[in-house]
Design a protein around this ligand. Structure first.
Ligand code: TYM
Length: 336
Protein backbone atom coordinates (compact mmCIF):
# COMPACT_ATOMS: atom_id res chain seq x y z
CA UNK A 1 0.00 0.00 0.00
CA UNK A 2 1.25 3.49 -0.90
CA UNK A 3 2.75 5.26 2.07
CA UNK A 4 1.45 8.73 2.62
CA UNK A 5 3.88 10.90 4.51
CA UNK A 6 3.46 14.38 5.95
CA UNK A 7 7.07 15.15 5.00
CA UNK A 8 6.41 14.69 1.30
CA UNK A 9 4.60 17.00 -1.07
CA UNK A 10 1.42 15.70 -2.65
CA UNK A 11 0.69 15.28 -6.35
CA UNK A 12 -2.76 14.77 -7.83
CA UNK A 13 -3.89 14.36 -11.41
CA UNK A 14 -6.77 12.81 -13.30
CA UNK A 15 -7.72 11.47 -16.71
CA UNK A 16 -11.25 11.15 -18.08
CA UNK A 17 -12.22 7.70 -19.35
CA UNK A 18 -14.11 9.42 -22.16
CA UNK A 19 -12.23 7.94 -25.11
CA UNK A 20 -9.25 5.75 -25.89
CA UNK A 21 -6.26 7.67 -24.61
CA UNK A 22 -4.00 9.48 -27.07
CA UNK A 23 -0.31 10.27 -27.26
CA UNK A 24 -1.39 13.78 -26.19
CA UNK A 25 -2.60 12.35 -22.87
CA UNK A 26 0.57 10.29 -22.68
CA UNK A 27 3.17 12.96 -23.48
CA UNK A 28 1.32 15.84 -21.80
CA UNK A 29 0.45 13.99 -18.62
CA UNK A 30 0.70 10.24 -17.92
CA UNK A 31 4.29 9.70 -19.07
CA UNK A 32 5.44 12.23 -16.46
CA UNK A 33 3.47 10.74 -13.56
CA UNK A 34 5.87 7.87 -12.87
CA UNK A 35 8.76 10.28 -12.30
CA UNK A 36 7.16 11.50 -9.09
CA UNK A 37 6.36 8.22 -7.40
CA UNK A 38 9.44 7.93 -5.18
CA UNK A 39 9.59 11.47 -3.85
CA UNK A 40 5.96 12.55 -3.55
CA UNK A 41 2.67 11.31 -2.22
CA UNK A 42 0.90 10.62 -5.51
CA UNK A 43 -2.76 10.16 -6.38
CA UNK A 44 -3.95 9.49 -9.91
CA UNK A 45 -7.66 9.29 -10.46
CA UNK A 46 -9.82 7.94 -13.28
CA UNK A 47 -12.41 10.72 -13.32
CA UNK A 48 -15.57 8.94 -14.44
CA UNK A 49 -17.85 11.60 -12.90
CA UNK A 50 -16.26 14.21 -15.15
CA UNK A 51 -16.76 11.99 -18.19
CA UNK A 52 -20.58 12.01 -17.91
CA UNK A 53 -20.72 15.75 -18.61
CA UNK A 54 -20.80 14.47 -22.20
CA UNK A 55 -23.11 11.51 -23.00
CA UNK A 56 -21.30 8.18 -22.61
CA UNK A 57 -22.28 4.70 -23.60
CA UNK A 58 -22.44 2.87 -20.21
CA UNK A 59 -20.67 -0.30 -21.39
CA UNK A 60 -17.91 1.73 -22.99
CA UNK A 61 -17.51 3.96 -19.95
CA UNK A 62 -17.11 0.87 -17.78
CA UNK A 63 -14.58 -0.69 -20.16
CA UNK A 64 -12.56 2.50 -20.45
CA UNK A 65 -12.47 2.96 -16.70
CA UNK A 66 -10.72 -0.40 -16.35
CA UNK A 67 -8.52 0.42 -19.34
CA UNK A 68 -7.44 3.79 -17.97
CA UNK A 69 -6.47 2.21 -14.67
CA UNK A 70 -4.59 -0.53 -16.54
CA UNK A 71 -2.81 2.13 -18.60
CA UNK A 72 -1.73 3.99 -15.49
CA UNK A 73 -0.08 0.81 -14.28
CA UNK A 74 1.26 -0.14 -17.73
CA UNK A 75 3.01 3.23 -18.05
CA UNK A 76 4.98 2.50 -14.91
CA UNK A 77 2.82 3.62 -11.99
CA UNK A 78 3.16 1.14 -9.16
CA UNK A 79 -0.13 0.76 -7.22
CA UNK A 80 1.94 0.06 -4.13
CA UNK A 81 3.55 3.49 -4.38
CA UNK A 82 0.75 5.59 -5.89
CA UNK A 83 -2.92 5.78 -5.02
CA UNK A 84 -4.62 4.80 -8.29
CA UNK A 85 -8.39 4.88 -8.04
CA UNK A 86 -11.74 5.74 -9.60
CA UNK A 87 -13.45 9.03 -8.72
CA UNK A 88 -16.96 7.63 -8.18
CA UNK A 89 -15.57 5.20 -5.58
CA UNK A 90 -14.78 8.14 -3.29
CA UNK A 91 -18.03 10.08 -2.70
CA UNK A 92 -16.17 13.01 -1.07
CA UNK A 93 -15.37 14.39 -4.54
CA UNK A 94 -19.01 15.02 -5.38
CA UNK A 95 -19.72 16.34 -1.87
CA UNK A 96 -16.88 18.85 -1.87
CA UNK A 97 -17.74 19.68 -5.50
CA UNK A 98 -21.20 20.79 -4.38
CA UNK A 99 -19.78 22.92 -1.58
CA UNK A 100 -17.27 24.58 -3.90
CA UNK A 101 -20.07 25.37 -6.36
CA UNK A 102 -21.27 27.78 -3.69
CA UNK A 103 -17.86 29.49 -3.66
CA UNK A 104 -17.44 29.78 -7.43
CA UNK A 105 -18.94 32.58 -9.45
CA UNK A 106 -21.16 32.16 -12.50
CA UNK A 107 -18.95 34.66 -14.33
CA UNK A 108 -15.80 32.64 -13.58
CA UNK A 109 -17.30 29.45 -14.96
CA UNK A 110 -18.63 31.29 -18.02
CA UNK A 111 -15.08 32.28 -18.96
CA UNK A 112 -13.74 28.72 -19.11
CA UNK A 113 -12.60 27.98 -22.65
CA UNK A 114 -13.17 24.22 -22.26
CA UNK A 115 -16.82 24.93 -21.41
CA UNK A 116 -17.15 27.13 -24.48
CA UNK A 117 -15.49 24.52 -26.74
CA UNK A 118 -17.49 21.61 -25.37
CA UNK A 119 -20.75 23.58 -25.53
CA UNK A 120 -20.08 24.31 -29.18
CA UNK A 121 -19.41 20.61 -29.85
CA UNK A 122 -22.42 19.37 -27.84
CA UNK A 123 -24.93 22.08 -28.61
CA UNK A 124 -27.88 19.79 -27.81
CA UNK A 125 -26.55 18.87 -24.35
CA UNK A 126 -25.17 21.95 -22.61
CA UNK A 127 -25.93 20.58 -19.17
CA UNK A 128 -25.23 22.11 -15.76
CA UNK A 129 -22.51 19.52 -15.08
CA UNK A 130 -20.57 20.68 -18.11
CA UNK A 131 -20.77 24.21 -16.72
CA UNK A 132 -19.71 23.31 -13.16
CA UNK A 133 -17.09 20.79 -14.30
CA UNK A 134 -14.21 22.99 -13.02
CA UNK A 135 -15.56 23.07 -9.45
CA UNK A 136 -15.56 19.27 -9.34
CA UNK A 137 -12.02 19.36 -10.66
CA UNK A 138 -11.12 21.85 -7.92
CA UNK A 139 -12.66 19.46 -5.38
CA UNK A 140 -10.57 16.55 -6.74
CA UNK A 141 -7.41 18.53 -6.19
CA UNK A 142 -8.20 20.34 -2.93
CA UNK A 143 -9.50 17.23 -1.14
CA UNK A 144 -5.97 15.84 -0.95
CA UNK A 145 -4.20 19.08 0.05
CA UNK A 146 -2.36 18.81 -3.26
CA UNK A 147 0.82 20.80 -3.84
CA UNK A 148 1.43 19.99 -7.52
CA UNK A 149 -0.86 19.05 -10.41
CA UNK A 150 0.84 17.67 -13.53
CA UNK A 151 -1.33 18.47 -16.57
CA UNK A 152 -1.19 19.52 -20.22
CA UNK A 153 -1.62 23.17 -21.23
CA UNK A 154 -5.36 22.79 -21.86
CA UNK A 155 -5.98 22.38 -18.09
CA UNK A 156 -4.07 25.49 -17.04
CA UNK A 157 -7.16 27.70 -16.85
CA UNK A 158 -8.94 25.15 -14.64
CA UNK A 159 -5.92 25.11 -12.35
CA UNK A 160 -5.96 28.89 -12.06
CA UNK A 161 -9.62 28.75 -11.09
CA UNK A 162 -8.86 26.02 -8.53
CA UNK A 163 -6.26 28.32 -6.96
CA UNK A 164 -8.75 31.20 -6.88
CA UNK A 165 -11.41 29.02 -5.22
CA UNK A 166 -8.91 27.76 -2.62
CA UNK A 167 -7.71 31.27 -1.83
CA UNK A 168 -11.26 32.55 -1.58
CA UNK A 169 -12.27 29.78 0.81
CA UNK A 170 -9.12 30.25 2.89
CA UNK A 171 -9.69 33.97 3.15
CA UNK A 172 -13.21 33.47 4.52
CA UNK A 173 -12.61 30.47 6.82
CA UNK A 174 -8.86 30.57 7.54
CA UNK A 175 -6.25 28.16 6.17
CA UNK A 176 -8.20 25.16 4.93
CA UNK A 177 -6.73 24.16 1.56
CA UNK A 178 -3.21 24.02 0.20
CA UNK A 179 -3.14 26.26 -2.89
CA UNK A 180 -1.85 23.98 -5.68
CA UNK A 181 0.66 24.73 -8.45
CA UNK A 182 0.34 23.33 -11.97
CA UNK A 183 3.24 21.34 -13.40
CA UNK A 184 3.21 21.69 -17.18
CA UNK A 185 6.01 19.85 -19.00
CA UNK A 186 8.33 21.93 -21.22
CA UNK A 187 7.75 19.64 -24.19
CA UNK A 188 4.64 17.71 -25.09
CA UNK A 189 2.18 19.79 -23.07
CA UNK A 190 0.20 20.57 -26.20
CA UNK A 191 0.24 17.83 -28.80
CA UNK A 192 -1.76 18.85 -31.87
CA UNK A 193 -4.15 16.93 -34.10
CA UNK A 194 -2.39 15.25 -37.05
CA UNK A 195 -5.18 16.37 -39.37
CA UNK A 196 -5.58 19.95 -38.12
CA UNK A 197 -2.31 20.88 -36.42
CA UNK A 198 -3.62 24.18 -35.06
CA UNK A 199 -6.03 22.21 -32.83
CA UNK A 200 -5.14 20.01 -29.86
CA UNK A 201 -5.20 16.25 -30.29
CA UNK A 202 -8.36 15.14 -28.53
CA UNK A 203 -9.40 11.61 -27.54
CA UNK A 204 -12.99 12.31 -28.59
CA UNK A 205 -12.05 13.43 -32.13
CA UNK A 206 -14.16 11.57 -34.66
CA UNK A 207 -11.47 11.63 -37.32
CA UNK A 208 -9.27 8.62 -36.46
CA UNK A 209 -6.48 9.94 -38.69
CA UNK A 210 -6.18 12.99 -36.45
CA UNK A 211 -5.44 11.00 -33.31
CA UNK A 212 -2.77 8.49 -32.35
CA UNK A 213 -3.96 6.28 -29.51
CA UNK A 214 -1.58 4.82 -26.95
CA UNK A 215 -2.94 1.37 -27.79
CA UNK A 216 -2.92 1.68 -31.60
CA UNK A 217 -1.02 -1.07 -33.42
CA UNK A 218 2.38 -0.26 -34.93
CA UNK A 219 0.88 -0.37 -38.44
CA UNK A 220 -1.91 2.03 -37.50
CA UNK A 221 0.55 4.42 -35.87
CA UNK A 222 2.82 4.47 -38.92
CA UNK A 223 -0.12 4.86 -41.28
CA UNK A 224 -1.50 7.82 -39.29
CA UNK A 225 1.86 9.61 -39.19
CA UNK A 226 2.29 9.06 -42.94
CA UNK A 227 -1.00 10.90 -43.48
CA UNK A 228 -0.18 13.73 -41.07
CA UNK A 229 -0.83 17.18 -42.51
CA UNK A 230 2.36 19.19 -43.04
CA UNK A 231 3.03 22.11 -45.43
CA UNK A 232 4.20 22.80 -48.95
CA UNK A 233 7.77 23.46 -47.83
CA UNK A 234 10.29 20.58 -47.78
CA UNK A 235 12.49 21.45 -44.85
CA UNK A 236 12.21 19.67 -41.46
CA UNK A 237 12.64 22.74 -39.31
CA UNK A 238 10.78 24.15 -36.30
CA UNK A 239 9.41 27.55 -37.39
CA UNK A 240 6.41 29.85 -37.18
CA UNK A 241 3.60 28.80 -39.48
CA UNK A 242 4.85 25.19 -39.76
CA UNK A 243 2.37 23.81 -37.22
CA UNK A 244 2.30 20.29 -38.66
CA UNK A 245 6.09 19.90 -38.74
CA UNK A 246 6.47 21.58 -35.34
CA UNK A 247 4.04 19.07 -33.87
CA UNK A 248 5.84 16.11 -35.44
CA UNK A 249 9.20 17.41 -34.22
CA UNK A 250 7.78 17.77 -30.71
CA UNK A 251 6.40 14.23 -30.79
CA UNK A 252 9.69 12.85 -32.15
CA UNK A 253 11.75 14.65 -29.56
CA UNK A 254 9.44 13.59 -26.70
CA UNK A 255 9.62 9.92 -27.68
CA UNK A 256 13.33 9.76 -28.45
CA UNK A 257 14.67 12.17 -25.83
CA UNK A 258 16.53 14.05 -28.59
CA UNK A 259 16.32 17.85 -28.67
CA UNK A 260 14.46 19.62 -31.48
CA UNK A 261 17.83 20.86 -32.85
CA UNK A 262 19.23 17.32 -32.89
CA UNK A 263 16.14 16.12 -34.72
CA UNK A 264 16.40 18.95 -37.26
CA UNK A 265 20.05 18.01 -37.95
CA UNK A 266 19.15 14.34 -38.29
CA UNK A 267 16.64 15.08 -41.04
CA UNK A 268 18.62 17.75 -42.87
CA UNK A 269 18.38 17.11 -46.60
CA UNK A 270 15.73 14.40 -46.09
CA UNK A 271 12.12 14.64 -47.26
CA UNK A 272 8.94 14.76 -45.20
CA UNK A 273 8.21 11.13 -46.12
CA UNK A 274 11.35 9.83 -44.38
CA UNK A 275 10.74 12.10 -41.43
CA UNK A 276 7.12 11.02 -40.93
CA UNK A 277 8.13 7.36 -41.08
CA UNK A 278 10.80 7.94 -38.44
CA UNK A 279 8.31 9.72 -36.15
CA UNK A 280 5.85 6.82 -36.55
CA UNK A 281 8.52 4.26 -35.75
CA UNK A 282 9.85 6.16 -32.74
CA UNK A 283 6.31 6.47 -31.36
CA UNK A 284 5.35 2.84 -32.02
CA UNK A 285 8.61 1.52 -30.53
CA UNK A 286 8.30 3.65 -27.40
CA UNK A 287 4.72 2.52 -26.85
CA UNK A 288 5.28 -1.20 -27.57
CA UNK A 289 6.18 -2.12 -23.95
CA UNK A 290 3.22 -0.11 -22.61
CA UNK A 291 0.90 -2.02 -24.91
CA UNK A 292 2.35 -5.40 -23.94
CA UNK A 293 1.97 -4.63 -20.24
CA UNK A 294 -1.53 -3.27 -20.84
CA UNK A 295 -2.58 -6.51 -22.60
CA UNK A 296 -1.37 -8.52 -19.61
CA UNK A 297 -3.15 -6.30 -17.06
CA UNK A 298 -6.47 -5.93 -18.84
CA UNK A 299 -6.85 -9.71 -18.89
CA UNK A 300 -6.66 -9.71 -15.09
CA UNK A 301 -9.84 -7.97 -14.03
CA UNK A 302 -9.66 -9.36 -10.49
CA UNK A 303 -6.29 -7.69 -9.97
CA UNK A 304 -7.56 -4.34 -11.32
CA UNK A 305 -10.58 -4.55 -9.03
CA UNK A 306 -8.39 -5.31 -6.03
CA UNK A 307 -6.31 -2.20 -6.84
CA UNK A 308 -9.48 -0.11 -7.26
CA UNK A 309 -10.80 -1.28 -3.94
CA UNK A 310 -7.74 -0.96 -1.71
CA UNK A 311 -6.56 2.29 -3.30
CA UNK A 312 -9.97 3.94 -3.12
CA UNK A 313 -10.22 3.09 0.58
CA UNK A 314 -6.92 4.81 1.15
CA UNK A 315 -8.00 7.84 -0.92
CA UNK A 316 -11.27 7.97 1.01
CA UNK A 317 -9.50 8.22 4.36
CA UNK A 318 -7.47 11.22 3.21
CA UNK A 319 -10.37 12.91 1.42
CA UNK A 320 -12.72 12.42 4.36
CA UNK A 321 -10.38 14.34 6.66
CA UNK A 322 -10.43 17.42 4.43
CA UNK A 323 -14.16 17.16 3.87
CA UNK A 324 -14.85 16.99 7.62
CA UNK A 325 -12.66 20.01 8.20
CA UNK A 326 -14.54 21.96 5.52
CA UNK A 327 -17.93 20.92 6.87
CA UNK A 328 -16.93 21.96 10.38
CA UNK A 329 -15.80 25.36 9.17
CA UNK A 330 -19.02 25.88 7.23
CA UNK A 331 -21.13 25.19 10.32
CA UNK A 332 -22.55 21.80 9.30
CA UNK A 333 -23.53 19.75 12.36
CA UNK A 334 -21.36 16.70 12.93
CA UNK A 335 -22.68 13.51 14.46
CA UNK A 336 -19.67 11.22 13.93
P1 TYM B 1 -8.29 14.84 -20.03
O1 TYM B 1 -8.87 13.51 -19.70
O2 TYM B 1 -8.86 15.60 -21.17
O3 TYM B 1 -6.74 14.68 -20.32
C1 TYM B 1 -5.87 14.01 -19.41
C2 TYM B 1 -4.53 14.73 -19.38
O4 TYM B 1 -3.96 14.77 -20.69
C3 TYM B 1 -3.63 16.12 -21.02
N1 TYM B 1 -3.86 16.29 -22.46
C4 TYM B 1 -2.93 16.70 -23.33
N2 TYM B 1 -1.64 17.05 -23.16
C5 TYM B 1 -0.94 17.40 -24.27
N3 TYM B 1 -1.48 17.44 -25.51
C6 TYM B 1 -2.77 17.10 -25.73
N4 TYM B 1 -3.29 17.12 -26.94
C7 TYM B 1 -3.55 16.72 -24.60
N5 TYM B 1 -4.85 16.31 -24.44
C8 TYM B 1 -5.02 16.07 -23.13
C9 TYM B 1 -4.58 16.98 -20.20
O5 TYM B 1 -4.07 18.28 -20.03
C10 TYM B 1 -4.66 16.19 -18.91
O6 TYM B 1 -3.55 16.50 -18.08
N6 TYM B 1 -10.13 17.97 -16.60
C11 TYM B 1 -9.14 16.94 -16.85
C12 TYM B 1 -9.24 15.74 -15.93
C13 TYM B 1 -9.22 16.08 -14.49
C14 TYM B 1 -8.12 16.50 -13.73
C15 TYM B 1 -8.59 16.67 -12.41
C16 TYM B 1 -6.78 16.75 -14.05
C17 TYM B 1 -10.29 16.03 -13.65
N7 TYM B 1 -9.91 16.37 -12.40
C18 TYM B 1 -7.75 17.11 -11.40
C19 TYM B 1 -5.94 17.18 -13.02
C20 TYM B 1 -6.42 17.34 -11.71
C21 TYM B 1 -9.30 16.46 -18.28
O7 TYM B 1 -10.31 16.64 -18.90
O8 TYM B 1 -8.23 15.75 -18.74
Amino acid sequence: MAEFSNDKKTIFSGVQPSGNLTIGNYLGAIKNFAEFQDEYNCLYCVVDEHAITVRQNPAELRRRTYETLALYIATGLDPEKNILYVQSHVPCHAELGWILNCYTMFGELSRMTQFKDKSAKNANNINAGLFTYPTLMAADILLYQTDIVPVGVDQKQHLELTRDIAERFNSVYGETFVVPEPYIPKHGAKIASLAEPTKKMSKSDENENAVVRILDSKDAIIRKFKRAVTDSDTCVKYADGKDGINNLLTIYSSFTGKTIEEAEREFEGKGYGDFKLAVGEACADALAPVRAEFDRLIADKAYLEAVMKSNSEQAYRIARKTLSKVQRKLGFTQIR
